[in-house]
Design a protein around this ligand. Structure first.
Ligand code: CTP
Length: 394
């Protein structure tokens, strides 16, 4: 996801600097090549040796570094970089950046960066973050086109609680990978259902299905990366909500239906990925059903669940609707019929036995022109391709 990306990580003085070591490692796992530049204060918190060992590359700390052939590390380092990320960015460093000071290698490099994008992850005590001078500097940096990541909120190393924590490495990694995605859905609101539903038989037993939620969650992430505001209505799955996606947890199809109907009026796009149970147990018991000699098997009765996608697709002035279909056989015929029955402009199908619980998928897209088969690929890559395809159709 960061393959062929050349990044400069700038590290300034802050206790959060130790987290940047993890971020560097994870970014390299995704294919990035990273040069590290540290301020003098940063080296008080973590040694350059740590970053040299992790990156396998020279770490720069000095404006007058004689190892750089032309002695111009501040120019050289940013020239072929795809982005500079300052993490942690201290109060002092942000003040220097906002005012154009250039008195060490990192600040000089930032001023000399030309068109290279600059992302900064502030990390400081909450009073320092809230100080009017810092807030003025943040505003100025935004106006200058600097991307401010976070900060987060919570317990601080100083013992206080509030805004100013550096984002966690996983969150910064999500910000970094999203930064390189085109903002094809900027300003759009996307509502997505994902995962299975779970229909109670009694307080301890349910009827559910094998959906892992991976595809729906990948689409939520891809839509968020593309600049959309994403709401994910999720059945029970073992996945974390993608970064900056607002998740609403539900259990049954009827809860999913009620939640979708309450959210859909705010949505521009509805992507129905959930494997919704077709029936619920209408005589579910309030107490645990016991095995008895007279009743060898319980007498379960079923009633149909609402068809959420068909109902949303039938709304007057409703969102652009995308359906999904996981089939075990006759994929083309079933999916074509399903698209027409649900009356959606786009339906995405795959073979259930290959896609369920897997990390990759082979999608076939059905629209009124016919169908198009995509090669097997990782679900996040498939999700990004789908988001691009949907954006082109809008
Ligand atoms: N869907 C839905 N509500 C339901 C059933 C399905 O919103 N009660 C949506 C799914 O999220 C998916 C599409 O409809 O986008 C197709 O789901 P699928 O289960 O494949 O289709 P069904 O209509 O249930 O048909 P069948 O189970 O007979 O294949």
């Amino acid at each position: 996801m960061l393959s062929n990306k050349k990044l400069v990580f700038g590290i300034t003085g802050g206790i959060a600097a130790y987290k940047t070591a993890e971020l560097l490692r994870r970014s390299q796992d995704l294919g990035a090549r990273i040069d590290v530049v540290m301020t003098e204060s940063a080296t008080r918190f973590i040694s350059p040796v740590t970053f040299q060992a992790l990156s396998g590359r020279t770490v720069y700390t000095d404006l007058w570094d004689a190892r750089v052939p032309n002695n111009m590390a501040h120019i050289q380092l940013s020239r072929d970089a795809d982005a500079i990320l300052i993490a942690p960015a201290s109060t002092n460093f942000m003040a220097k950046l906002a005012n154009g000071l250039a008195d060490d290698l990192l600040s000089t490099l930032c001023i000399a960066r030309g068109h290279c994008p600059l992302l900064i992850a502030p990390a400081m005590n909450r009073e320092m973050w809230l100080h009017p001078a810092t807030q003025r500097n943040v505003e100025q940096l935004r106006r200058d086109g600097v991307h401010i990541l976070g900060p987060g909120s919570g317990d601080q190393a100083c013992g206080e609680t509030g805004d100013g924590r550096m984002l966690e490495p996983a969150q910064l990694l999500a910000e970094l990978t999203a930064f390189f995605q085109p903002k094809l859905l900027a300003g759009k609101r996307v509502l997505i259902t994902a995962g299975p539903t779970s229909e109670p038989i009694d307080p301890v037993r349910v009827i559910s299905n094998r959906s892992s939620g991976k595809m729906g969650y990948a689409i939520a992430r891809a839509a968020q990366e593309a600049g959309a505001q994403v709401t994910l209505v999720s059945g029970p799955v073992a996945l974390n909500a993608p970064y900056q996606v607002s998740r609403i947890n539900v259990e049954t199809a009827r809860q999913m239906h009620a939640t979708v109907m309450s959210q859909v009026h705010h949505a521009d796009i509805f992507i129905s990925v959930a494997a919704v149970a077709d029936w619920y147990v209408s005589n579910a018991s309030d107490i645990k059903i016991k095995k008895t000699s007279e009743q060898a098997t319980p007498d379960l009765q079923f009633s149909p669940n609402p068809d959420i996608l068909a109902e949303v697709a039938a709304l007057k002035d409703g969102p652009y609707c995308v359906g999904f279909a996981a089939e075990t056989d006759n994929l083309i015929e079933h999916a074509q019929a399903k698209r027409q029955r649900k009356n959606v402009p786009l339906l995405v199908a795959n073979l259930a036995q290959r896609a369920m619980n897997a990390d990759d998928t082979e999608l076939v897209l059905f629209d009124e022109q016919g169908h198009t088969q995509w090669p097997a690929q990782d679900k996040l890559l498939a999700a990004r391709q789908l988001v691009k395809n949907i954006a082109q159709r809008l």
